[in-house]
Design a protein around this ligand. Structure first.
Ligand SMILES: *Cc1c(COP(=O)(O)O)cnc(C)c1O
Length: 222
């Protein structure tokens, strides 16, 4: 199937979540060509998410018509390349990055929209704040002049236990609902990838980030 067909089918297959919220599909575009990405946008993708600053920079001027987001691990020395060019940084995963992104945003006279990343599966291989500290961190980050918290992002661990995975999304939704009560700008709970987005949406995610299921397997040699 072509990217155009897959994008259209995927978009029409995404239901509202149980809270009646529209679910935004972000295309995860790591290792994809400009042509592939542009085809997805022309087929209806409204937002694309990059993982690598180098790819983001190279493709920045060549891609038109979508919200530009950053979803991958971000080294502090590369923050400068994103300032003013991204609508949302989803992967705010540590205080060192908070400091740098805040400082550079202030210097550029802008406010950067961010999601607070939570390591919901307590995995050593993944970044993010612990669930128990996430609310406090979100408040601390929101107090920064250069940053605006729009919500939370998390990745589910690999597991066959759907009850366990659902409980993790439920915990993220509870965090999101709690913080939303004190911050009107909060509107995004970003959870769900190719293999688990249906479960995430069924439990209250309102933003999903999909790569493989839209574009096919990634070619890491490119
Ligand atoms: C690659 C990536 C995705 C998409 O993963 P797929 O399994 O290809 O859908 C989503 N979120 C992040 C942070 C990613 O790095």
């Amino acid at each position: 199937m072509s990217i155009t067909q897959t994008v259209k089918e995927t978009l029409s297959a995404i239901p509202c979540n149980p809270y009646g919220e529209k679910v935004t599909l972000v295309a995860a575009v790591k290792y994809r060509t400009v042509e592939e990405i542009q085809e997805a946008i022309d087929a209806g993708i409204e937002a694309i998410g990059d993982n690598h600053v180098q790819e983001f920079k190279e493709k920045y001027d060549q891609i038109k018509g979508a919200s530009r987001q950053f979803i991958g691990h971000l080294q502090t020395n590369k923050v400068k390349y994103l300032i003013g060019k991204t609508d949302l940084v989803q992967s705010l995963d540590r205080m060192e990055l908070v400091e740098e992104l805040d400082k550079r945003s202030i210097r550029a006279g802008i406010v950067t929209n961010v999601l607070v990343q939570v390591n919901i599966g307590c995995e050593e291989s993944k970044g993010g704040f612990e669930l128990s500290e996430a609310l406090e961190k979100a408040r601390e980050i929101q107090a920064r002049e250069g940053l605006n918290v729009k919500g939370f992002m998390a990745m589910l661990p690999i597991s066959d236990d759907e009850t366990y995975l659902a409980s993790l999304v439920d915990q993220m939704r509870a965090l999101y609902d709690t913080y939303r009560r004190e911050n009107d700008d909060v509107e995004i709970l970003s959870m769900g990838m190719s293999g688990d987005w249906k479960l995430c949406v069924a439990h209250g995610s309102n933003m999903i980030r999909i790569g493989t299921a839209l574009f096919g397997q990634r070619n890491y040699n490119k």
